[in-house]
Design a protein around this ligand. Structure first.
Ligand code: FSX
Ligand code: SF4
Ligand code: F3S
Length: 387
């Protein structure tokens, strides 16, 4: 029987990164990934690595209101333990209802103590929407409304992060008819906050945001909706592995049909990738390898990061094509497969040769006229030939 070596404590080995219990090689692989995910140049890797190893862990107070705890679950139940470990080593999670052992008055005291001990310095993370109808009675903790609790906690926070779509823009609880008046965090606070939408959000984007904060002492650049540009700057459609099929006009028309089985584009099944900003195809989910994101598994993106799309727009409804590229670069999504050339496809072919639509159609027309003229000439000469 082969001898089994006993596992060593990580810190016994000088080649091991002490803070995270990782081999240095693995640690630097993660640093390289995070640096790239934040859109920073390779030269920033050393600074990022240094901050991750030495920066003081910021205190984080995490509140949960109208939600399904999916944000927390996605953070803690990564297939591979590295992500969760990294996050918990980088921050000091001083209050989190799902994770703490305390309950009742003890939990209330723990929140107040954590806020007092880190006054003005803690990061407030809010998961879940905040109900506002009937003065907020639909979500109360310890006898106080979510509105009251979140305003109190935000007053002394150094930074406020809305994690998940519920907190970022209202998410699932805010969908029509929104019986509880579920509202986004920024509307309750009356000021902009950093948002990490997604239902659930990708924990890698939370980790990158924290690492950015530790490395540069400030939050990353945000878009108009408060989302880190490094994570939400591009449409899913721009980075989708099925994009070549879209461009070539190869679509799944039904779940389980030939196109679906072959991994073709899911646009006609209602994929919202063309109108949804997120980095899902680049960073994937669950740290479990390739294909681990909705479209990768064969399901259309439902636009879970986008207000007005996720949970509002029917799953089968066609997405608006937002990408600013010449329209003739698009395939003919409205055309059914297997049909012969149409005016649109003739124009698309002409556009590939760099010709504008109008001229393209003219070229196609001229080609047709030339063919007809050649055919007539051939017939004429054949008829003129002696028997
Ligand atoms: Fe659930 Fe979070 Fe969705 Fe909402 O994620 S995964 S309903 S965004 O607040 O817990
Ligand atoms: Fe990918 Fe959806 Fe765009 Fe098709 S429509 S390329 S599946 S993002
Ligand atoms: Fe959500 Fe679409 Fe990404 S459904 S997880 S934004 S692929």
């Amino acid at each position: 029987m082969a001898a089994r070596s006993l596992p060593r404590a990580p810190c016994d080995d000088p080649s091991v990164e002490p803070r995270f219990g990782l081999e240095r090689r693995d640690f630097f692989k993660i640093v390289a990934g995070l640096t790239a995910a934040m859109g920073l140049p390779k030269s920033a890797q050393a600074t990022v690595a240094n901050a991750m190893q030495t920066a003081k862990r910021p205190s984080v107070i995490w509140l949960q209101f109208q939600e399904c705890t999916g944000c927390t679950e996605s953070l803690l139940r990564a297939e591979h333990p590295t992500l969760e470990k990294l996050i918990l080593e980088l921050i000091s999670l001083d209050y989190h209802e799902t994770l703490m052992a305390a309950a009742g008055h003890q939990a209330e005291d723990a929140r107040k103590a954590a806020m007092a001990a880190n006054k003005g310095k803690y990061i407030l993370v809010v998961e879940g929407a905040i109900p506002t109808k009937e003065n907020g009675i639909y979500c109360k903790i310890g006898g106080r409304t979510a509105i009251d609790l979140v305003k109190e906690a935000a007053a002394d926070a150094a930074a406020v992060i809305a994690i998940g779509s519920c907190s970022s823009w209202g998410g699932m609880p805010s969908t029509t008819p929104n019986p509880t008046g579920a509202t986004a965090l920024h509307e309750i606070l009356g000021k902009a906050v950093l948002t990490i939408p997604g239902c659930p959000p990708n924990p890698y984007n939370f980790l990158s945001t924290v690492v950015h904060f530790l490395t540069f002492g400030k939050l990353p650049d945000l878009d108009a909706k408060g989302r880190p540009k490094f994570a939400y700057g591009r449409l899913i459609h721009e980075n989708c592995e099925r994009r070549a099929h879209f461009d070539a006009g190869r679509f799944a028309n039904q779940f389980g049909d030939d196109g679906h089985r072959q991994g073709w584009c899911l646009y006609k099944l209602g994929c919202k990738g063309p109108e949804t900003y997120a980095n899902c195809p680049q960073i994937l989910f669950g740290d479990a390898g390739t294909g681990t994101w909705p479209v990768g598994t064969g399901h259309p993106c439902i636009g879970c990061t986008e207000k007005g799309i996720g949970f509002e727009k029917p799953i089968h409804a066609l997405a608006e094509l937002l990408t600013v590229t010449p329209p003739t670069q698009f395939a003919r999504p409205a055309e059914s497969q297997g049909k012969g050339a149409t005016a649109a496809s003739a124009a698309a072919v002409a556009a590939v040769a760099g010709v504008a639509i109008g001229i393209g159609a003219k070229v196609a027309q001229n080609l047709g006229a030339r063919d007809a003229a050649e055919e007539a000439a051939e017939k004429k000469s054949a008829a003129a030939k002696p028997e």
